[in-house]
Design a protein around this ligand. Structure first.
Ligand code: GLN
Length: 446
């Protein structure tokens, strides 16, 4: 069914970079054999899933949508992929994204753009745009994405689906091609909150192969979906509803908050005073980490190797010049600059201090509130091509998702109405490792 649907719609949506039909059919067949045998079924038994193409899959190309890795065939599975296999989900293929997860529209993919299933003149968001569009278009039941500054939640919002960024450390990053290691998290993109709880249940948990993986007991996320939000304390940050937010998005969020109030929640306005510095701090920190992480792509160890180099230095130079796209180069240059001696204190160190202040803003609010709610993004999806020449405008779309990554806390985006016929996302932010509350509130609202 998944492949039939992909055959019908993916020519227009272009969510997939690679279909893995042979392996998927073999996996499905062996699950078929298990039916009727009485043996216990995995949590995701037989369910078709798509995987963002920066999560490594043994024997199936993992390109990060980059020319650099166009032929890269990993020799192992990421921990999340191994966990999906244990849960008996069936991977259908690899999903398009912005190159190395840098971007918010999928227009930075070096292969092709993905289009928003609600209206193909519009972007699906990014960087997990393929993951969001494939679910929204009914090509797979759910998918995995990664979120460094909003890349699960923002495309989920633009495509009218549910996207969850877990607490930093809850889901193993082993086998996720690193962009900014202190911010990256893998998470589920799904049609509804219940599916999100199931997928999170399957992928969460400590992994000795990831040194930043949290050693915590994993609660039962599915039974947390009680529907009860009576007495829940909801904070609405005034900075998330100020100028720059499309009034139609603001209205949709206010209506959603009224719904939660009618279910017994108490909503109050709060302030997250350092929010305005989040985008600047993020683009310094994320680019700094990226410049270091992407040093491994040298033309020797991974991916493409430039032809006829004059010497080793020339090999590095040519391979990187040919292999990386313009946005990736921009970030490597920005990050290298911010980390260089003489500038480190002024930029990198200062951005780290801002990061702490942003985390403290959240800590303060969470002393008196259970969740923080606002829009996921300032607008609904924008037109293909409309922001591609203006990186600063593009960066500002992340203004409400980035603080969450800087603080390492969980947040979900759920659909909350429309602006001019395009979906709007409601962002529900929770305390560290309190995914259960985030999911419960999202489920009660949905
Ligand atoms: N849009 C943001 C960026 O370009 C977020 C990307 C992400 O979360 N991977 O960095």
């Amino acid at each position: 069914e998944a492949y039939a649907r992909i055959g019908q719609v993916d020519g227009k949506i272009k969510a997939f970079l690679k279909l893995d039909e042979e392996n998927a059919r073999a996996a499905a067949k062996s699950l078929d054999g298990q039916l009727g045998s009485g043996s216990a079924r995995g949590l995701l038994f037989g369910l078709p899933i798509g995987i963002k193409d920066n999560i490594v899959t043994e024997g199936v190309t993992t390109t990060c949508a980059s020319q650099f890795l166009r032929n890269f065939n990993p020799v192992y599975d990421a921990t999340v992929v191994a966990k999906l296999k244990d849960a008996q989900a069936v991977s259908i293929g690899k999903l398009n994204m912005d190159e190395f997860a840098m971007g918010g529209s999928n227009e930075n993919s070096s292969f092709h753009t993905t289009y928003n299933p609600w209206n193909t003149d519009y972007v699906p968001g990014g960087s997990s745009g393929g993951s969001a569009a494939a679910v929204a278009a009914g090509e797979v039941y759910f998918s995995l994405g990664s979120d460094t500054g909003g890349s699960i939640r923002q495309p989920a919002a633009y495509c009218g689906i549910v996207g969850l960024k877990p607490t930093y450390g809850l889901v193993s990053r082993f086998g996720l091609v690193a962009f900014a290691s202190s911010l990256d998290q893998i998470g589920p993109l799904t049609k509804n909150v219940e599916d999100s709880a199931y997928l999170l249940q399957a992928i969460a948990g400590h992994d000795p192969q990831d040194s930043t993986s949290a050693k915590v007991d994993i609660p039962d996320y599915i039974s947390a979906l009680s529907g009860d939000v009576k007495g829940l304390r909801v904070a609405l940050p005034k900075e998330y509803m100020s100028e720059g937010i499309d009034p139609k998005v603001r209205d949709a969020v206010m209506t959603a908050l009224k719904t939660l109030e009618s279910l017994g929640a108490v909503v109050e306005e709060v302030s997250l005073p350092h929010s305005e510095y989040a985008v600047a701090a993020y683009y310094l920190l994320a680019s700094s980490e990226a410049s270091s992480n992407l040093a491994r792509f040298d033309g020797v160890r991974y991916g493409v190797r430039a032809e006829n180099p004059k010497n080793l230095l020339d090999l590095y130079h040519k391979s990187r010049s040919e292999g990386f796209g313009p946005e990736v180069k921009r970030r490597i240059m920005l990050g290298t600059y911010a980390l260089s001696s003489g500038y480190y204190d002024a930029y990198y160190l200062k951005a780290q201090k801002v990061r702490t202040l942003i985390k403290q803003d959240f800590d303060r609010v969470f002393e008196s509130y259970d969740v923080i709610i606002g829009p996921t993004a300032p607008t609904a999806a924008f037109k293909v091509g409309s922001q591609v020449d203006n990186p600063l405008t593009m960066y500002l779309n992340d203004i409400m998702t980035i603080p969450v990554n800087l603080a390492g806390i969980p947040a979900i985006s759920v659909p909350c109405g429309f602006a001019d016929g395009l979906p709007v996302g409601l962002q529900i932010i929770g305390k560290a490792l309190d995914e259960s509350t985030v999911l419960r509130v999202a489920h009660a609202y949905e």
